[in-house]
Design a protein around this ligand. Structure first.
Ligand SMILES: C[S@@+](CC[C@H](N)C(=O)[O-])C[C@H]1O[C@@H](n2cnc3c(N)ncnc32)[C@H](O)[C@@H]1O
Length: 287
């Protein structure tokens, strides 16, 4: 039997805060959701790889309700929090865990703070910067369990041919397999956000293709999706100024005809990777 964890409402009361939506502060108060979150790390990783709980990273620790669950699930936790008042509360509330070397509180902006090497991240993200944070974490190729706005989560996991599928889906799925493991109602938070939320679990992909220059790949995907109603042939030609291609015609001449006649929404992430690698090869100058 695991020990009862800190009560989320009591943490909010002890911190003496209300949660400021203008600062992306929506604290999770539903114990069942809080208790489930670390568990999502376990089910995807067999004994061989372990549940990756040696060093858990939490972005946006707030009053520490999730931090508390991560400390129960993992060996060590690093909690990043931008709000100085909350960071100082976390240092007081978790003084024993900090003294024991099990918790580090990093006070700062997760977008530019130095992040430690971590074995996995479980975070209820600040929604205003969730995309930037996700794309800071995804290239680290560690398992992630991240709470997003539902609409963002749906786009992240979307499959080709669906209305939600787009640049976000291709870029995220380039790094990892992404799945929604739970949707979370507004009432699970205090104060409640305007929209529903969803938890996405990502599992780093074994690279089964080469993309060459990764920055170019991401720029190419962005460029093609600005013309999602055009065929790939036309989109490649029309967006060279965004993708940075010097010779889009050479790419069109060398690419597979079936891909060229499709539209962006129908291409799988691996198709984008193949096209970007080809474009990198034949469509860019020597620089
Ligand atoms: C949605 S709340 C989650 C709080 C807590 N983890 C929970 O589940 O109750 C997001 C937290 O991220 C913090 N935050 C907002 N922007 C941040 C940033 N750029 N870097 C780090 N923390 C940030 C907010 O102060 C807030 O505490």
């Amino acid at each position: 039997m695991s020990e009862p964890r800190r009560d989320p409402d009591a943490l909010i009361a002890r911190a003496g805060v209300r949660g400021n939506p203008d600062r992306d502060q929506h604290f999770l108060i539903d114990d069942r959701v809080l208790d489930r979150l670390p568990g999502y790390l376990e089910s995807v990783h067999g004994a061989e790889n372990g549940p990756h709980t040696d060093h858990l990273l939490e972005i946006g620790a707030g009053t520490g309700a999730l931090t508390d669950r991560l400390l129960a699930a993992g060996e060590r936790v690093t909690a990043v929090e931008r709000d100085p008042g909350l960071a100082s509360f976390l240092r007081e509330e978790f003084a024993a865990e900090i003294d024991a070397g099990r918790l580090s509180v990093v006070e700062g902006d997760a977008l530019d703070a130095d992040l430690p090497e971590f074995s996995a991240s479980v975070s209820n993200l600040p929604y205003g910067v969730s995309s930037e944070i996700a794309f800071r974490l995804l290239p680290e190729k560690r398992p992630l369990v991240l709470m997003f706005q539902r609409e963002f989560a749906d786009r992240m996991v979307a499959e080709p041919g669906t209305p939600e599928y787009g640049r976000l889906s291709v870029s995220a799925q380039h790094y990892a397999n992404c799945e929604v493991v739970e949707t979370v109602p507004k009432e699970a938070f205090s104060p409640p956000p305007a929209v529903e939320s969803a938890v996405v679990r990502t599992t780093a992909r074994e690279p089964d293709y080469e993309v060459g220059d990764e920055d170019f790949f991401l720029r190419f995907v962005k460029a093609i999706f600005t013309q999602r109603r055009k065929t790939i042939r036309n989109a490649i030609r029309n967006t060279a100024h965004i993708s940075g291609l010097d010779d889009p015609d050479a790419v069109v001449a060398a690419a597979d005809e079936t891909l060229l006649s499709k539209r962006a929404g129908a291409l799988a992430p691996t198709d984008f990777a193949d096209l970007a690698a080809l474009a990198d090869d034949v469509g860019r100058g020597d620089g």
